[in-house]
Design a protein. Sequence first.
Length: 182
Amino acid sequence: MNLPTTPFDFQRCLEACAMGERSALQALYDQEGARLLGVARRIARDDAMAEDIVHDAFIRIWTRAATFDPARGSARGWIYSLTRHLALNFIRDTRRETVLDDVAIDAMAAMAPEHNDMALLADSAKVHRCLDQLEPAPRTCILHAYVDGCSHAEIAHLLGSPLGTVKAWIRRSLKALRECME
């Protein structure tokens, strides 16, 4: 005999997490933890890294549950998107890391052109001057992307702007910055 089962209410769990109900986070973990681990494993291709990603994802779910907007998508989709973006960012960030030994550092220092403090200050002032020429929203996008390391989707979420708009602002701003720096 098949008894009707009540579907899991992801949105209600996120609302409860936003109100500080730990049991809601546990329910989300029990419901989706294994599947989210599978998503993280497919992206990271490393079990330990995937576990770290899922751990971080649940911390973010807990701390950012109040930012979930049902008008922008489903609660379950939000949870998976958050986990996927964390995994992709984790992979991107670990690819940037390069471990150098003392010999390599000394070799790089020997090859690097000498910079005096005045030249560095002049370059820094030029960057700030060029950034100041950008409109506020595009400048914020550039800073979130290149200083904070946010993805385009994260910036769109932070600013409450469409993803396509954020991408266009960044593309046009980078072009303007290149021209200004020449």
